[in-house]
Design a protein around this ligand. Structure first.
Ligand code: COA
Length: 396
């Protein structure tokens, strides 16, 4: 089975009529195609590792808070103590959203998915100024900072309004992670929970040319603005093959309910040829480098909560998927149950991913703008031959 997983990217050759191009190779899903260089992060499937600006992600998770990693992604270097203090001061000062924006959030349909409301909120923020791509990088860094500071407020405000609760205004005396819990639940949880949440944000922050980042780069490449790029990124991240998988993982674990039911549940999925969410990756075929760090955070949370059920179910699924299929869990697999143990409703998981990935997206927008070329690939036409239009009176 392992050979299946290791197979080369899907590639086919299509014959195209025309004077210049006789044959065209198709790289379905751009699998295996290198489209540009980047200095933001490096994914190394051969050694199962990932670095942000040269630092191993595990090293960052062990030694930094999320704000330091955000600074690193945007500036290329970790901040000094005084640079971090200044960065945090600015971030904390921009957490409030306008009264008009709060009213917009109040109008969202109560059953709307939080990814849809968040996508609309970021787009709304983009209406407060007319921005264009290719403006000085400093202006886009300012806009990125606005989004970093305000996205948690947008998510938490919507969360509380959907439940008929009054909003909790952001607090400038708390870190990003602490403040997010405060705005959602009205209190700050113990430091074990904050640490696990911070680790998840660090691990989710950046991952080279994944689908949503590539979406953001495609939008930027037409010299469109950073709000449009991030709005598009959110739309892409929502899908269950990408960021939406962290929600799907927890829905599956809840469906399984007990460790005793896990194997049968998986066998049924396999018999029906259904995907098992939280497994597989386009680039990593021997395991996702971020999983052990998130798994350790999940274990800490399970111990803190005294609830190991989700770990036990996860282990059963994971053992069978690896030993029989050679398919490994990805970051969403431990992240889903971790957010559950932290007390978040399932539809909040992918918005939390956005809170973090805004850093990686904006770093890529800056990079794309600095060395832009319109992203416009080719396609191989396989529709009907060219034909003439019959006037409508002659059509049957
Ligand atoms: N469950 C069951 N089988 C899976 C699987 C999963 N989660 N992921 C991959 N496979 C199987 C495929 O069906 C395929 O089998 P086949 O060769 O018999 O057709 C084989 O493994 C190779 O997968 P492929 O579809 O070529 O991988 P990909 O690179 O195109 O897809 C994902 C990568 C992430 C889209 C895919 O693994 C997936 O859908 N995973 C579930 C969603 C998820 O967790 N997404 C988050 C990603 S970080």
């Amino acid at each position: 089975m392992a050979s299946k997983v290791n197979k080369k990217p899907k590639k086919s050759v299509t014959k195209i009529r025309g004077p210049k191009v006789a044959k065209q190779e198709i790289f379905k899903g751009l699998a295996g195609v290198t489209v540009d260089t980047t200095s933001v992060s490096k994914v190394m499937p051969e050694t199962n590792s990932l670095t942000y600006r040269g630092y191993a992600v595990q090293d960052l998770a062990a030694n930094c808070k999320f704000e330091e990693v955000a600074y690193l992604l945007w500036h290329g270097e970790l901040p000094s103590r005084s640079q971090l203090r200044k960065f945090e001061k600015v971030e904390r000062s921009r957490r409030n959203i306008s009264r008009a924006h709060i009213d917009v959030i109040r109008q969202y349909p109560k059953r709307a998915h939080p990814m849809d409301t968040l996508r609309t909120s970021v787009s709304y923020l983009g209406t407060t100024e007319t921005a264009w791509g290719g403006e000085p990088a400093e202006r886009d860094r300012e806009r990125a900072m606005n989004m970093l500071a305000k996205i948690p407020t947008m998510i938490a405000t919507d969360y509380r309004f959907r439940r008929g609760l009054a909003r909790k205004a952001p607090r400038a005396d708390l870190s990003m992670s602490e403040n997010f819990f405060y705005m959602c639940f009205g209190k700050v949880p113990p430091k074990e929970v904050i640490r696990a949440f911070d680790i998840s944000l660090i691990l989710y922050a950046e991952h080279s040319f994944n689908a949503s980042t590539f979406t953001a780069r495609v939008i930027t490449s037409s010299r469109s603005d950073i709000y449009s790029a991030v709005t598009g990124g959110i739309g892409s991240l929502k899908g269950p093959l990408h960021g939406g998988a962290n929600e799907a993982v927890m829905q599956n674990l809840l469906e399984i309910k007990t460790p005793a039911r896990a194997e049968n549940w998986l066998r049924e999925k396999q018999a029906n040829k259904q995907l098992v969410m939280g497994f597989g990756h386009r680039v990593y075929k021997q395991g996702d480098s971020r999983v052990p760090t998130m798994r350790a955070a999940l274990e800490d949370l399970a111990a803190w909560k005294g609830d190991t059920r989700w770990l036990e179910i996860s282990d059963i699924l994971q053992n069978i998927m690896i030993s029989e299929k050679g398919i490994y869990p990805n970051l969403d697999f431990p992240a889903g149950p971790a957010y559950y143990l932290m007390g978040f409703e399932i539809d909040m998981y992918t918005p939390i991913f956005v809170m973090s990935r805004i850093t990686g997206w904006s770093a890529h927008v800056l990079e794309q703008n600095a060395s832009n070329s319109l992203i416009r690939p080719l396609s191989a036409y396989d529709g009907v031959r060219q034909r003439r239009v019959k006037p409508i009176a002659k059509r049957s």
